[in-house]
Ligand binder design. Structure first.
Ligand code: IMP
Ligand code: MG
Length: 181
């Protein structure tokens, strides 16, 4: 029987390491938003597992919402375009928004999102990304909260996909280049 792990070069970041990082991010957010009620906006689909774990580490009151955008199609390279597939349900006028993203790569997705959401008049917008590939940035984005820098390799698991697969791997793994070549 084929195992999902067979398509990977093994675990890059274990579930235990991820859990420690998510706890740290939750503490940082809780300290910074003391006395506020932020709205945490998860970017589907990649951030769904991160979001679920992160909100449980946040101790201030908060609300949650989801946006679904797509820039990659099914490939491993950004198309440079961001399509809104599902918009927010809530009005963010005057709200403190925290965008919860799985991984910052070129920065194209986040820069589009920040522009789009800023136009809706929130009180503040900050970005919380679990992973960052600093070598790949094309647009300058400074996430207020960042989990870990990762090397310039295609990673899957803990919500991150390749062609909609591998999101269910509990650890973050490096996908074998021959899978997306
Ligand atoms: P950006 O617009 O180039 O920053 O792309 C960000 C999006 O690309 C992320 O939200 C992911 O969905 C996807 N992405 C970038 N790098 C990876 C990766 O290594 N594995 C899985 N998805 C990735
Ligand atoms: Mg994706």
């Amino acid at each position: 029987m084929k195992n999902l792990m067979d398509d990977t070069n093994g675990v890059l970041i274990s579930r235990e390491e991820i859990s420690a990082v998510v706890k740290r991010l939750g503490k940082e957010i809780s300290a910074d938003y003391e006395g506020k009620t932020p709205i945490m906006v998860s970017i589907l689909k990649g951030a769904f597992i991160f979001m679920a774990d992160l909100v449980r580490e946040v101790t201030v009151p908060c609300s949650i919402d989801f946006m679904c955008v797509s820039s990659y199609g099914s490939g491993a390279e950004t198309s440079g375009r961001v399509k809104i597939i599902k918009d927010l349900d809530t009005n963010i006028d005057g709200k403190d928004v925290i965008i919860v993203e799985d991984i910052l790569d070129s920065g194209v997705t986040l820069s589009h999102l920040i522009k789009l959401l800023s136009a809706r008049n929130p009180n503040s917008i900050k970005v919380c990304t679990l992973f960052d590939k600093p070598e790949r940035h094309k647009v300058e984005i400074n996430p207020a909260y960042k989990g870990l820098d990762v090397p310039n390799e295609f990673i899957v698991g803990y919500g991150l996909d390749y062609a909609e697969q591998y999101r269910n791997l509990p650890d973050v793994c490096v996908l074998k280049p021959e899978i997306y070549a």
